[in-house]
Design a protein around this ligand. Structure first.
Ligand SMILES: Cc1ncc(COP(=O)(O)O)c(C=O)c1O
Ligand SMILES: N[C@@H](CCOP(=O)(O)O)C(=O)O
Length: 463
């Protein structure tokens, strides 16, 4: 399989090089040169596979023979052996017509572990096999950072620096990142938002000389491996429902910020998974919901909400969707992204909006609606939703009449967001892995949110 850039100036890149490249060298995002197709017969054959077996099949479609099958199997097995549930991403019924897929059974209690346990092991594998230097830089609104650090802490030949917005992540997220004392980990708390961090990371990657000189690698969903690993659980959810005798198309409701997770669902659908609606659930940072209703993509004022990991204005993977919306035409994408850089807005014509609305439904969940949803499901179903999952569930309920059977993605464990859960008057027990964090000392540096300050610190860390 080869990978190409959404901007058209990078092509013919193999899987391992695509992982190492992160952001495409022309400033675009890498996508597969062709989307592999999965037939109804193949889906039937996959029905009894375990999560690990299914992941192996799907990864093989995207990796080909670049990683020998038995070595890939070992990578997959190692990556999911750290999960606390035998099903890795189990699906549980909330009420008739609505299931949740629990994606939080990995080491850091958020869906990011599903891809980042794999990517961490993949980086080690690539470092061993090719001798490449792995210097990871990433931005986080809280979950990616903790999960990426966990995936590579203490690993030979790898260093990682994570930027998080100072004071804008939950206490547990902060502790998960900053209590790690391995020498290969650097935490920078920046004076700004997640969007500032993501912009800095992307601009550092776009400086190709700097990127190559310091061997910068990505762990954000810029990296195509993240997206590919996240498609697996859409298939697995469908297959779990099919095993229960529910073989019709399923809708998915996805709490959305950087558009990576829902893009993985879109890719799964394009591969042939019978998906009915993809429901895009935002919090009050509602740029993407507005895009689905109006066809105008225009970031505005940052809003602090009860679901801080989704407090994102500029959604990185939106560019990947534009690529498919415009018929894989890289010059249209380049033009639109240039317009966005100049004016801060993208407006699509009516006929494109009709396509968007056939791909997605959307609902922006207000703060109070998020809390009400947590309270309602706790009281009526005895199930505690984290505030991000609550956005997905609220959107699924709101759009139930047009969606049919729906799986809402449960993207984090509620213990990570106790500040929000307490506002509903609920006290929850913490898993021991989380309560133990409060005893430990923290390792973090404050930094201005400027390219120069971050670049200078990286040079010191990586040299
Ligand atoms: C808990 C949680 N839910 C949902 C999201 C949104 O996912 P995405 O950024 O892939 O849209 C994030 C972070 O991005 C998250 O950490
Ligand atoms: N919510 C994310 C934001 C970064 O998204 P990514 O999927 O591109 O890594 C986080 O928790 O950091």
């Amino acid at each position: 399989m080869e990978y190409i850039s959404t901007r058209g100036k990078v092509s013919g890149v193999g899987f391992i090089d695509a992982i190492l490249m992160g952001l495409a060298d022309d400033g675009g995002l890498l996508v597969p040169a062709r989307i592999p197709q999965v037939s109804a017969d193949t889906l039937k054959q996959w029905q009894e596979l375990s999560y690990q077996e299914l992941a192996l099949e799907i990864f093989t479609l995207y990796i080909g023979e670049e990683i020998p099958r038995e070595e890939l199997r070992q990578l997959v097995d190692d990556s999911y052996s750290t999960f606390r549930d035998a099903d890795v991403t189990p699906v549980r019924k909330l009420h008739e017509g609505l299931d949740v897929m629990e994606l939080f059974h990995g080491p850091t209690f958020a869906f990011k572990d599903v891809a980042l346990q794999f990517l961490g092991n993949l980086y080690s594998y690539v470092a061993r096999k090719t001798g490449s230097t792995i210097h990871i830089v990433g931005a986080t609104s809280g979950d990616t950072g903790a999960s990426a650090i966990e995936g590579v802490r203490g690993k030979e030949g790898i260093r990682i620096c994570i930027l998080h917005p100072h004071g804008k992540v939950s206490k547990v997220q902060e502790l998960q990142m900053t209590t790690v004392d391995d020498a290969n980990v650097l935490n920078l708390a920046i004076d700004g938002t997640f969007d500032d961090g993501q912009r800095i990371i992307k601009e550092l990657f776009a400086d190709v000389q700097f990127k190559h000189r310091y061997h910068l690698r990505a762990i954000n969903s810029i990296n195509i491996a993240r997206i590919l690993a996240q498609t697996v659980y859409y298939f697995y959810a469908y297959l779990q429902l099919a095993r229960r005798g529910q073989a019709a198309a399923v809708s998915f409701s996805v709490p959305t910020g950087n558009f990576g997770d829902i893009f993985a669902g879109y890719l799964a659908k394009r591969m042939g998974l019978p998906v009915n609606r993809l429901i895009l659930a935002t919090n009050e940072n509602n740029i993407l919901a507005h895009f689905v209703s109006e066809g105008v993509y225009q970031p505005g004022e940052f809003r602090g909400t009860y679901s801080p990991s989704m407090d994102i204005q500029v959604a990185s993977n939106f560019e990947r969707y534009l690529f498919y919306l415009y018929g894989e035409d890289a010059s249209s994408v380049t033009e639109l992204m240039e317009q966005f850089k100049q004016n801060g807005t993208i407006t699509i014509p009516q006929e494109k909006l009709a396509v968007v609305q056939s791909d997605f439904s959307a609902h922006a969940v207000l703060n109070q609606e998020c809390l009400d949803t947590i309270a309602h499901y706790h009281k009526e179903n005895g199930y505690l939703l984290d505030p991000h999952t609550a956005c997905g569930v609220a959107a699924a309920d709101r759009l139930a009449s047009e969606s049919g059977a729906t799986v809402a993605l449960s993207t984090a464990h509620p213990a990570k967001f106790d500040e929000s859960i307490r506002l509903v008057g609920i006290e929850q027990p913490f898993p021991s892995q989380i309560s133990g964090l409060f005893e430990q000392s923290q390792h973090v540096e404050l930094s201005p949110a400027s390219n120069e300050a971050i670049a200078a610190r990286l040079v010191k860390f990586f040299e």
